[in-house]
Design a protein around this ligand. Structure first.
Ligand code: IMP
Ligand code: MG
Length: 183
């Protein structure tokens, strides 16, 4: 079993290591470059989790690309899912008439991306797609799928590569499984 080095939690089991992630993100970038060849694309990353994935994805896209970020908070996650999502920081870039790709770390219940997709659609983008680093289809509550999926994973709680548990572990270069008994 490969484990990650982390000062606080030294024995996290690696689900996807940095090389597997880099290879897959490069493939996703190539696919996006083909799909938007000769066009420009605006990537909108969902803070904070998608920041690192967006940074890598953007650099593997050869089509004309710009990026921006949006931040949301959701309530009732985990126990009773209220589905209420609030925008904390909106994107600054006008998206009307643009080819937009929403970039997310994990598609889990689908509540966040459904909310964001509806929100962005109100601004009449030319096209709107979703790219997610991870997809946990087992936990889906809303009918929503991503157009570009890095990895489909079973129902583990994962951290690293931007993803957190109480804001920690985002800086791990590998995607690791957080044991249920984690502090
Ligand atoms: P949902 O699809 O609305 O349920 O929410 C997706 C968001 O929940 C993601 O953007 C993450 O911020 C968070 N999330 C879901 N599963 C995990 C996980 O395994 N690790 C860390 N964050 C997660
Ligand atoms: Mg997130």
């Amino acid at each position: 079993m490969k484990t990650a080095i982390h000062a606080v939690q030294p024995e996290l089991q690696i689900l996807l290591d940095r090389q597997q992630i880099a290879d897959r993100v490069a493939q996703m970038g190539a696919e996006i470059s083909r799909d938007y060849s000769g066009q420009s694309v605006l990537l909108i990353g969902v803070l904070k989790g998608a920041a690192i994935f967006l940074a890598d994805l953007a650099r593997s896209i050869s089509a004309d690309a710009t990026f921006d970020f949006i931040a949301v908070s959701s309530y009732g996650k985990g126990q009773k899912t209220s589905g209420a999502v609030k925008v904390i920081k909106d994107a600054d870039t006008p998206i009307g008439g643009r080819n937009v790709i929403l970039v997310e770390d994990i598609l889990d219940t689908g509540l966040t991306l459904l909310f964001l997709r509806k929100l962005l659609e109100q601004h009449d983008p030319k096209s709107l797609r979703i790219a997610t680093c991870l997809d946990k289809p087992a936990r889906r509550l809303e009918q929503i799928e991503a157009d570009y999926v890095g990895f489909r994973i079973p129902n583990h709680f994962v951290v690293g590569y931007g993803m957190d548990y109480g804001e920690r572990y985002r800086n791990l270069p590998d995607i690791c499984i957080l044991p249920p008994e984690a502090p």
